[in-house]
Design a protein around this ligand. Sequence first.
Ligand SMILES: Nc1ncnc2c1ncn2[C@@H]1O[C@H](COP(=O)(O)OP(=O)(O)O)[C@@H](O)[C@H]1O
Ligand SMILES: [Mg+2]
Length: 260
Amino acid sequence: MSEPLLKIQNVKKIFKVGFSNVIAVNDVSFNIEKHDSVSIVGESGSGKTTLANLILGIEEPTAGTILYNDKKINFNDKGLRKKIQFVQQNPLSSLNPKKTIYQTLELPLKIHNICPREDVKSKIIELLRYVDLDQSYLERHPYSLSGGQRQRISVARALACEPEIIIFDEPTSALDVLIQLKILNLLAEIKEKLNLTYIFITHDLAVVRNISDKTIVMNKGNIVEMNDTQKVFESPKQEYTKELIRSIPTITDEEEAAKP
Ligand SMILES: Nc1ncnc2c1ncn2[C@@H]1O[C@H](COP(=O)(O)OP(=O)(O)O)[C@@H](O)[C@H]1O
Ligand SMILES: [Mg+2]
């Protein structure tokens, strides 16, 4: 067995709020192997986004360590930072409204010296192709795109850095269900093409079931259950997980047909 790509070891994150402490993540440990697709689920406030920020190096753990290829995560390490990319929930707030799609995708290529200047345009077109868009989008601005198209641009921007891991924080929760499924299909396709590792942060178990092989269930900063996604759905061990599964909306035939 090869070494895990990501090792999260006894990680704890405490925020000071006024005079009190909020334990956002409480002594969490797990590994992520290369090419895994892992979902981290749990109700709002269970510590999912904090965990993502810790993995991205945006936040520092109060205790414990996070290792990527056996190297400690450090946001100031540019080479390491490009390897773990982030796609946020709301592309309208994460995309610069003043920038064209070309400019949006050009920036990470320049920052990380991904390709020589003369190849930038063809690289951008290639990125658009990955997310099923063509060069007619180059001069458009985020406001002129649909929610699904904007999220595709966010994905293309993450891909521009040639990452090994992409963390998605509620990537489709702002989209309607059919567009959600299209995006999830696309993400699954891209993962295979580029041999990526995915971490999905979501409170939506329907998303989890569609895309991830492994599921981590969080409650109040703790991991309460961790297993293959299929096992979590077939035989959930914890009452909390059962509750989450019960709260999944029923799926229509149309949605069923659109699944990967
Ligand atoms: N920067 C912060 N300062 C203070 N408390 C925070 C901060 N970020 C998150 N928290 C608290 O940590 C807990 C977990 O939050 P979060 O990680 O955002 O959960 P989730 O993404 O699962 O909804 C919550 O109680 C939240 O209020
Ligand atoms: Mg969150």
